[in-house]
Design a protein around this ligand. Structure first.
Ligand code: XMP
Length: 516
């Protein structure tokens, strides 16, 4: 990538570290996260133009607390320490840090101590409401530092050595609860560090297409599994622009996709992008292996194994394949927090786990540097249709883990019809893009009902519709009752075999989004 400006964030384990990176990138500056245990020479080799030291749960005074090489402060780079990052600056440069008289969690009122580049554009305000989360506090400043701000319980809530461009904030400017947090981060990037924005999705697309065109030799072919989701579609479209027909896309229909989904994805991708795309209809193979299977993990294993088998067979049939394209995103590759040693937690792609080694393929992962929201921006710039850009996440094992209990063609068909109604009504009411995921689940029980003068004994469908930002936590969507009523009426009237619809009002945690 061709960016001149790069902010490296050294991670001390804060839950907000990724948020800092996203905020910086939103400002047009490329930012990467690395574990705080990184070697000083490796850090230098990355040629950062500014550093951020993240927050973290530790206490600088304790023995196991994570530290950094003091040489970091000799690199001549602007540094911003946030929360633990500020305490570490104080600790390493000769100040003192103590347990706070009053631990501060949540909102606090920040008063400015005087003008400084970080507060540019803010001094006409009385102060700011900021978000704190700390048990320790900086008691005395290191030599050369001055106080920039205080709160009622903390005398040193912000500090700086302006000559060396080293700044510390006890509060979290990256969280939305901090007033003007974005402006403070901007001031650090543009006033203190004097960086120039050069990270945009347009430049990413140009660089990415050029880099992939150079990396993949002219006689080499690339294979890419398409799921219909945004990540694999963006990978395919970028690669198609880089190497054209040398990209071979494969969409495997595993028989547990949504209503007509395989066909629709193939039609829209062929129509819009003229991709070299093979639609492999392996429904019968998958469904024969899934028939009667009840255990969710067994369902997942069967689908994963069968996918690899089918995909490998198709990929081997393409002469000259040397590369496998994958939609790995940045959160999947960030080396996990921590001073406990860089432990790379790399999520294996559920669809193609093990394939690259087995087939001796090289990996091409053009989205490795991007967050999900950036992938969406890339997709929009590439002209990918809204129906794919805003498509809800859909699990690899598909409807198989939403037919609770034994899988049979009849039960799958009932679920597929009910799910289609949920999708249609979410679209029709404009709620589709306002929720994270919405779907139907077929329960393994029957209940009594009455239709006309007849008693019925039929299936129950549960609706699972949730709000979330990253699927780590979720809450049930407060859909207007009239939409729920319409979905319920339509399912009971239109899907034969269902006489009851229930709405799942559990949050995650302690529940999960999927039922299996
Ligand atoms: P849970 O149910 O764990 O789901 O709250 C979190 C997110 O992950 C999706 N999910 C899966 N995706 N293979 C996948 O590719 C799976 O086995 C799987 N299980 C859950 C789920 O839809 C939600 O977005």
């Amino acid at each position: 990538m061709q960016v001149q400006n790069k902010v490296v964030i050294l991670d001390f384990g804060s839950q907000y570290t990724q948020l800092i990176a996203r905020r910086i990138r939103e400002s047009g500056i490329y930012s990467e996260i690395h574990p705080c245990s990184i070697d000083l020479q490796d850090l230098k080799a990355m040629q950062p133009t500014a550093l951020v030291l993240s927050g973290g749960p530790s206490s600088v005074g304790s023995q196991e607390s994570p530290g950094i090489d003091k040489g970091v402060f000799e690199l001549g780079l602007p540094v911003l320490g946030i929360c633990y990052g500020m305490q570490l600056i104080a600790h390493l440069l000769g100040g003192t840090v103590e347990p706070a008289r009053n631990r501060e969690y949540g909102r606090a009122g920040l008063e400015f101590a005087g003008p400084c580049p970080l507060w540019e554009g803010l001094l006409d305000r009385e102060g700011l409401t900021v978000w704190m989360s700390h048990g320790d506090t900086v008691l005395t400043l290191p030599p050369g530092f001055e106080v920039l701000g205080r709160t009622t319980s903390v005398d040193i809530a912000a500090m700086a050595d302006a000559d060396k461009k080293i700044y510390g904030l006890q509060f979290h400017p990256e969280v939305a609860h901090t007033e003007e947090g974005k402006r403070i981060l901007h001031n650090f990037l543009f006033k203190v560090a004097a960086l120039v924005p050069d990270w945009s999705m347009t430049s990413f697309i140009q660089d990415c297409i050029r880099d992939m065109g150079e990396k993949i030799a002219l006689d080499e072919q690339v294979v890419c599994g398409l799921s219909g989701g945004i990540d694999s579609t963006v990978v395919a479209v970028l690669l198609h622009k880089a190497i054209g027909k040398r990209l071979h896309c494969i969409l495997v229909d595993n028989g547990v996709l949504r209503y007509n989904e395989g066909r629709e994805v193939v039609e829209s991708l062929t129509k819009y992008f003229n991709l070299n795309l093979k639609y492999v209809q392996a429904q019968d193979l998958f469904l024969s292996r899934l028939h009667g299977v009840k255990d969710p993990e067994e369902k997942r294993k069967i689908i994963g194994r069968t996918f690899i088998e089918v995909f490998e067979k198709e990929a081997r049939a393409i002469p000259g394949v040397k590369w496998l394209a994958q939609g790995t995103l940045y959160p999947d590759v960030i080396e996990s927090v921590s001073f406990k040693g860089p432990s790379a937690v790399i999520k294996s792609h559920h669809n193609v786990g093990g394939l690259p080694e087995k087939m001796n393929l090289k990996l091409v992962e053009p989205l490795r540097e991007l967050f999900k929201d950036e992938v969406r921006k890339v997709a929009v710039e590439l002209g990918i249709p809204d129906s794919i850009v805003w498509r809800h996440p859909f699990p690899g094992p598909g409807l198989a883990i939403r037919v609770i209990g034994a899988i049979t063609p009849d039960r799958l068909e009932i679920l597929r019809k009910a799910d289609r109604i949920v999708q249609n009504e979410l679209f029709a009411s404009d709620w589709y893009t306002r929720v994270w995921q919405g779907f139907a689940v077929l329960l393994p029980l029957k209940t009594v009902g009455v239709m006309g003068d007849e008693r019925t004994y039929e299936h129950v469908v549960a609706l699972r519709i949730v709000d979330s930002v990253d699927a780590m936590t979720a809450d049930w969507s407060r859909l207007p009752p009239e939409i729920l009523a319409r979905v319920s009426n339509r399912i009971i009237n239109e899907v034969q075999g269902v006489n009851r619809v229930v709405y799942d009002i559990s949050s995650k945690p302690p529940s999960t989004i999927e039922w299996e």
